[in-house]
Ligand binder design. Structure first.
Ligand code: NAD
Length: 249
């Protein structure tokens, strides 16, 4: 039996793409999941898909750029299910591409506000609830672009590098209180975020992965659910690429 059976999880950005897949895979292992997203109908649809498979899930509105919303999300999980065991900080946006010298100030701020502040807000809200019940697991969705650059994506690359740093900091500050953190580094996954690229770029992206294609949301969801299992207890502060070999070249 999965060690996630009966555990309580929150997943941000769970109305689409990777977040939806992560929520579904956590629920399939028996976790009770709060499906959080700024898009209410999308979150409700994920909760419905989980219920269809006899899983337990509730949708909840969150804007991760708001620390108050992030606190309310954790409070909701505790109110509904009594505790918080697993948090996946997944919500993110991809900026339109610009060379670094030409990144508009509002694009920089907006990207950092969702992709970095959103993760920080989540961590700050989640840790106290986890500490209260003896610990938990925080999985932050970074990217392969948390370790290397990519043409035109300076704000995203900066935010994802920082997310890996925050993940290490959780381990350093809270391992003794039973909290474990992992940063996940997906390569290019077909979800919709890749829609910012033209056809030629998408073809080049397929070829940039030694496996010859982009990944699927299920290939990420499965790994995120697995790393939340108790058997991963000595893996803390780590960065785990899920990249079809992208970073091995
Ligand atoms: N798709 C990829 O190729 C890829 C690769 C590496 C990393 N990632 C990361 O994975 C995560 C999910 O990406 P995706 O491809 O599934 O994206 P997506 O656009 O398919 O889904 C993102 C979800 O986040 C929600 N969201 C956006 N802003 C929000 C906010 N302020 N508060 C709450 N929810 C918000 C959206 O409504 C949406 O449901 C992101 O952090 C992204 O950077 C994606």
């Amino acid at each position: 039996m999965s060690s996630l059976q009966g555990k309580v999880a929150v997943v941000t950005g769970a109305g689409a793409g990777l977040g939806r897949s992560i929520a579904i895979r956590l629920a399939a292992r028996g976790a009770r999941v709060v499906v959080a997203d700024i898009a209410d109908e999308a979150a409700a649809e994920t909760a419905r898909l989980i219920a269809e498979e006899a899983g337990e899930a509730r949708a909840f509105h969150v804007d991760v750029t708001s620390s108050a919303d992030s606190v309310a999300l954790v409070a909701h999980a505790v109110l509904m299910y009594g505790r918080l065991d697993v948090a996946v900080n997944n919500a993110g946006v991809a900026p339109p591409p610009h060379p670094i010298a030409e990144v508009p100030a509002d694009v920089w701020r907006r990207t950092l506000s969702v992709d970095l502040d959103g993760v920080f807000n989540g961590i700050q809200a989640q840790i106290p609830a986890m500490v209260e019940h003896g610990g938990g697991v925080i999985v932050n969705i970074a990217s392969i672009l948390g370790t290397v650059g990519f043409p035109g994506l300076a704000p995203y690359v900066a935010a994802k590098h920082a997310v890996i740093g925050l993940t290490k900091q959780i381990a350093v500050d809270y391992a003794k209180q039973g909290i474990r953190s992992i940063a996940i580094g997906p390569a290019f996954i077909k979800t919709g975020l890749e829609a910012v690229f033209d056809d030629a770029t998408r073809k080049a992206l397929d070829e940039a992965h030694p496996i010859g294609r982009m990944g699927t949301p299920g290939e990420v969801g499965e790994v995120v659910a697995a790393v939340a299992e108790d058997g991963w207890s000595f893996v803390n502060g780590a960065y785990l690429p899920i990249d079809g070999g992208y970073l091995s070249r």
